[in-house]
Design a protein around this ligand. Structure first.
Ligand code: PAF
Length: 306
């Protein structure tokens, strides 16, 4: 497995390759969810490149950039075992050298949901991802469903800037009790970890209601809210229903100034998403409604396709 430390290393390595390239951008602290992205990339492509970079530009002031888990040796072992061909491991100075001043901003769809909570986050994500796309020139880049808005924003950027690559969206990997895998789950105390299953429970309840014909946004959101309220340490930042292709808002708890809209008249797929705090740790989860769309094909066809 090649270790590429600088953008120049990456450019030289990329020039040596021909054939299809799968790119899996990560911030490290790899878990089974990341390895699922790698496995999809491995199955689809002649070459697989992973990047590990805790990107300072996507963390706001007071967020967990310094505390973010860094487990490089274990990550490299997992990637070698998964058959990755090369790993790009830049430093912040490599990526944002003195004098750096170019950023990419995607507009409307970054304003709600995570964008409302973390106003500079997506600008950092799109900037670093565009840089990684330029370096890797991948055939397909692989992203996880768990960061659904990130997928929509990246797809918008890819279309708007005519970037010649495909995006594959891979279903969220879950622990045996349903908790969505996340590098940040290590921050949870034992008690919080037990309670954190309320996110996936809430989603399951709302999905079942939707699949049984419930179309009242409040009924769907309240089903999730009920599960969150059962956990004394859990506090929801938002529980939201959006049109999955465009992220057009339908309803959110608590009501927020990033907008409320109408339930579509057709059975247009919806994105149900939520962020819940356990102490300082924010956990995200989401699902497409109807439930059967939460597969690679369903997610890739729908999320951010508007
Ligand atoms: O999803 C992540 O881990 C990050 O946002 C990404 C896409 C690697 C960009 O830093």
């Amino acid at each position: 497995m090649h270790l590429l430390h600088t953008p120049d290393d990456f450019i030289a390595y990329r020039k040596s390759l021909s054939g299809t390239i799968g790119l899996v951008p990560t911030m490290g602290a790899l878990h089974a969810g990341h390895l699922s992205l790698v496995n999809h990339a491995r199955a689809d492509n002649q070459h697989v490149i992973t990047t590990i970079f805790v990107n300072p530009a996507q963390f706001g002031q007071g967020e967990d950039f310094t505390a973010y888990p860094r487990t490089l040796d274990a990550d490299l072992q997992k990637l070698a075992h998964a058959g990755v061909d090369a790993v790009f491991l830049p430093t912040p100075d490599n990526m944002y050298p003195r004098g750096y001043q170019t950023y990419i901003t995607v507009e409307d769809i970054t304003r709600g949901l995570e964008g409302a909570m973390r106003p500079t986050h997506f600008r950092g994500v799109t900037t670093v991802v565009a840089k990684l796309f330029n370096l890797a020139q991948p055939t397909t880049a692989y992203f996880g469903q768990k960061d659904a808005q990130q997928v929509c924003v990246i797809r918008r950027m890819v279309r708007d800037l005519h970037m010649p690559l495909s995006i594959a969206v891979i279903p969220t990997s879950r622990e045996s009790d349903g908790l969505a895998m996340s590098s940040r789950n290590v921050y949870l105390s034992d008690e919080q970890r037990t309670g954190a299953v309320c996110l996936s429970r809430g989603i399951l309840r709302a999905s079942s209601l939707y699949d049984a014909g419930e179309r009242n946004p409040s009924a769907l959101l309240n089903a999730v809210a009920d599960e969150i309220q059962k956990e004394s340490q859990a506090s929801a930042d938002y529980i939201a229903l959006n049109v999955a292709r465009t992220l057009a808002p339908i309803a959110v708890i608590p009501s927020a100034d990033w907008g409320m809209g109408d339930m579509p008249h057709t059975d247009e797929p919806l994105l149900l998403s939520l962020t819940v705090r356990f102490g300082k740790t924010r956990l995200l989860d989401n699902a497409l409604l109807p439930h059967h769309l939460n597969t690679r094909d369903g997610l890739t066809a729908v999320l951010g396709a508007g």
